[in-house]
Design a binder for this molecule. Structure first.
Ligand SMILES: [Zn+2]
Length: 253
């Protein structure tokens, strides 16, 4: 454990020294909270119907399928707790050591963990909207209560079932979030890449903005990524690293 602790102290030192530290998080961060990784070994995409859940054409045909299928991993947020990773990232932001958090996740656990500046590059269920009526919006809590009652959130004007602002297959990624993410990555002198294998865009390209501008990248992921050789530090186990960081944060108070 000694060498490991030294590496984590080294990591904490880099975070404290950084001018503009940004984190990029993927599904691996949420699996610690019991949310299934979409593409991992026990991933959602291994189920036969899983791709249909986030397919825009299928949603327009039968929106009830999404709400049935997504209920447990999106709308049961009360039953899920932020992991040590979510909590440490929120604590780092609070101390001014983390400037922004870019996430591929759509489970709202960073927000539940207390993070303020969360850039959701795959969209978010915090807003539900009508595909037909401009300006109709419903927040997550209201939509979740309706889903839990067994009904579907509907547009008050046209009665159509509302869609979460998650980016579905067949839709374009949210332009504002993408712009914010690339701005933050370019401005970062340190980027923490956490729980993502960097196999899909936009996540795959985001750390490159940091590297191109002379910033450093640190990777914590249980599978290899194409940027491992360019990382100044690399760890496999998110839980170990963030429990170590938690202890260092507590000690430094
Ligand atoms: Zn409507």
């Amino acid at each position: 454990m000694g060498a490991m602790n030294e590496e984590i102290e080294n990591l904490f030192g880099r975070i404290k020294k950084a001018r503009h530290c940004v984190a990029l998080t993927g599904a691996g961060v949420s699996t610690l909270s019991g949310i299934r990784d979409f593409r991992g070994k026990n991933g959602l995409y291994n189920d036969l119907d899983a791709e249909k859940i986030f397919d825009i054409d299928y949603f327009e045909e039968d929106p009830s399928f999404y709400y049935r299928a997504a209920r447990s991993f999106i709308y049961d947020l009360d039953e899920k707790e932020p992991s040590v990773v979510h909590l440490v990232l929120a604590a780092l932001e609070q101390r001014g050591l983390l400037k922004a958090l870019i996430t591929q996740n759509i489970d709202l656990l960073h927000q539940k963990g207390g993070s303020q500046r969360v850039i959701e590059v795959h969209g978010s269920p915090k807003v539900h909207y009508c595909l037909r009526c401009a300006g109709v919006r419903m927040g997550f809590d209201e939509a979740a209560a309706i889903v839990h009652s067994g009904a579907l959130p509907r547009c008050p004007r046209c009665n159509r079932v509302l869609k979460p602002a998650i980016t579905f297959f067949g839709e374009s990624l949210p332009a504002d979030a993408l712009r914010d993410a690339s701005d933050e990555a370019q401005n970062a002198d340190l980027m923490l890449v956490l729980g993502t294998s960097l196999t899909v865009n936009p996540a795959a390209s985001i750390p490159n903005y940091t590297l191109r501008n002379g910033g450093e990248v640190i990777i914590v992921n249980n599978m290899p990524t194409y940027l491992d050789s360019r990382a100044v530090q690399h760890f496999d186990d998110l839980g170990d690293v963030f429990e170590g960081l938690w202890d260092l944060l507590v000690d430094s108070e």
